[in-house]
Design a protein around this ligand. Sequence first.
Ligand code: NAD
Length: 496
Amino acid sequence: MQIDADHFIAGRRRPGTSGERFAVTSPATGEVLASGVLAGPEDVDEAVAAAREAFPAWSRATPAERSEALSRWADRVQARDEEFAAVESRMCGKPIRLTRGFDVPGTIDNIRFFAGAARNLEGRASAEYSGEHTSSVRREPLGVVGSVAPWNYPLQMAAWKLLPAVAAGNTVVLKPSELTPLTSLMFAEAAREAGIPDGVINVVTGTGPVAGQALVGHPDVAMVSFTGSTAVGRQIAAQAAGTVKRVHLELGGKAPFVVFDDADLEAAARGAVAGSLINAGQDCTAATRAYVQGPLYDRFVERVAELMDEVRLGPVDDPATDMGSLISSRQRDRVAGMVDAARAAGATVVRGGRAPGGGLAGGAYYEPTLVTGAAQDSAIVQQEVFGPVLVCLPFDSDDDGIRLANDTPYGLAASAWTTNVFRAGRATREIQAGCVWVNDHIPIVSEMPHGGFKASGFGKDMSVYSFDEYTNVKHVMSENTGAARKSWHDIVFTGR
Ligand code: NAD
């Protein structure tokens, strides 16, 4: 499989000016999938100029026109769904079942949602608040949005960044991760096939420190929408301050999974395995810290370990494979290093804790891993591992469970497992996270917002709430009396 990975600017593929190329490889096999180009600042300039040129017409297109274009875009992706699923799977080391069942249909559903939402951009009521004027609210697009995306769900992240922005009338330059540019490029091409005008969507491939920074610092970029790590998010916020850009930051997570002693143990154990191993744990909302109330703890650990034994690692294109590889051998080594450090500090590795041998030894695979006995203040409990690793710890009182859940810098997602309606209510109120599930962990829907609290960032992806990020609210106030002398003038001057 060899795929064109040149930039996509103003509706055309461009080889770029830097002359530097890089290999896009499958982390599961080492197969080279594409030769990508690394954008230099000139390529970013060209893409921003294309987006700027496209903005006046696209921002003036009627909501119906934008909506219809998005609907056709969904049809184009649907028509190539198998191709999208295959490329996403190989590029990321994801099992084909995951890309067919989650990444691609989730993206198509997102496009269809925003095709509808494009016609429903709302302001609050208009009225004569002063008595003498009619006030109304306009929601206006910002201009050129610079989007920077991570490698864990490249297609869905491209969709989350592009859709609300273009539905609201902005134009976009997207920089996907240099590890995973291919489906973002295919997605942009599908937009052109759907009739979305040239320049509305542009994709530059390249590294964060060069292409990413050029985009964030660009004077013609009105807003930066970033999904990635908290460390890079901090740098982006600082850099964006220089040009007073609006910033939307979707950052790291360390989701707690709180199991109260009245929970359905089997449901919780299954939820913990699926919720921690989805996408090999490289999911910002993945269950990472299971806190289990005393009486259930031993049975929970035992059952999770049994279920982890059933998870099949394998080639990504085999529909029987449950879990694929990590994104790179570097990421695998980072995960292994964190597990080894926890072990050295006295934690118990109940399952996994190593890379598999045999036919998978050449890929960036790591076994499903269950850790117990780690200290609450240790790195494996406090920091993102971003691998297939679940830490399980006991707690006593409900107060302790909620306190431990909130005891990291992050606040992206969490779940509470209980059959008691009051415990569930308390957990949803008191756990500080952008999403709290009750008796489940992971599902997302296009209609509902996704975004973090605390060091997980601010702003929302998906849902109509995302329009708050991508629009300016303008107050228009029209005087209704036609009088030259207005009543309020008296407070400034009283001359006849
Ligand atoms: P990362 O922060 O290393 O990189 C994200 C993107 O930023 C990449 O495109 C990268 O090239 C770019 N980048 C890096 N340095 C930059 C700089 N100085 N200026 C501009 N751009 C720069 O993250 P990653 O390793 O690609 O992805 C994993 C991270 O993403 C995890 O922390 C995960 O939790 C987070 N994530 C968060 C969400 C969410 O919705 N909150 C969703 C998915 C992933």
